[in-house]
Design a protein around this ligand. Structure first.
Ligand code: NAI
Length: 246
């Protein structure tokens, strides 16, 4: 129970890695706030968590919409009294090579994956400063360290959220707040499983472990970084790739 009674907001937690992180945090004793644009998904994940005896609350939040974020943060503070952990997990892809990429594709990915992280963190940081404690975790990617074919927009956001945590580590460390990023390789979530079978096989082949990660294997890294076991890890970008980049 390494997150016992910690209040954790997880964006994009109606699916994939975010859902697995909600399940893991709840198992570790956290009070989990499930946030997503997908109302049905939020309801399903909250019901599943509550059925296990966990404390959970759900909110329909669009990370590009400040009003929905502020309403959620106010409600969480009213219900739970504090905010200990923010996992900025919500993210999308809109892939195209640079010469084919539309401005809409570029802007949409920047708005959700980069500005959404800024919006959510801005909305909780005053509370964490008042508490003199907090943990901020950003979903980066191996693409945020090495770049990727067809992902000008996505790669920029995933590099960007590493820039955020390195800056926030410097600004907020003395206020008892740690900020870190997680950089997964290929994870078996709806985002990746939507790819053609041949592409998936090619991905598995590139990994020394010859398989994709399970979402729970990324969730366990978030759980570690959120816990006091990681009390001196600050401003780091942790690669969780099964050795993909070796
Ligand atoms: P997913 O597609 O399964 O889940 C993403 C969730 O974010 C969905 O529930 C979706 O409704 C939600 N979302 C989308 N736009 C939103 C918005 N504007 N506001 C609030 N919620 C929104 O994706 P997955 O694979 O679980 O990815 C989670 C994070 O991990 C993303 O940031 C992704 O870039 C990152 N990641 C994923 C990898 C993978 O292989 N699946 C690898 C590296 C990083």
């Amino acid at each position: 129970m390494k997150l016992k009674d910690k209040v954790a907001i997880i964006t994009g937690s109606a699916s994939g890695i975010g859902e697995a992180t909600a399940i893991r945090f709840a198992a570790d004793g956290a009070k989990v706030v499930v946030c997503d644009v997908n109302q049905a998904g939020v309801d399903r994940v909250v019901a599943d968590l509550v059925a296990t005896g966990a404390v959970a609350a759900g909110f329909v939040v669009d990370v590009t919409n400040k009003e929905s974020i502020v309403a959620m943060v106010d409600a969480v503070k009213a219900q739970f009294g504090r905010i200990d952990i923010l996992v900025n997990n919500a993210g999308i892809t809109q892939d195209a090579q640079l010469y084919k990429m539309t401005d809409d594709q570029f802007d949409r990915v920047i708005d959700i994956n980069l500005k959404g992280v800024y919006n959510c963190t801005k909305a909780v940081v005053d509370t964490m400063i008042e508490q003199n404690s907090g943990v901020i975790l950003n979903a980066s990617s191996v693409v945020g360290v090495y770049g990727n074919f067809g992902q000008t927009n996505y790669a920029a956001t995933k590099f960007g959220v590493i820039g955020f945590v390195k800056t926030w580590a410097k600004e907020l460390g003395k206020k008892g707040i740690r900020a870190n990023a997680v950089c997964p390789g290929f994870v078996a979530t709806p985002m990746v499983k939507a790819m053609p079978e041949k592409v998936l096989q090619g991905m598995e082949e590139k990994v020394p472990m010859k398989r994709l990660a399970q979402p729970s294997e990324i969730a366990s890294v978030y759980a570690f970084l959120a816990s006091d076991d990681a009390s001196y890890i600050n401003g780091a970008a942790i690669e969780v790739t099964g050795g993909l980049t070796l």
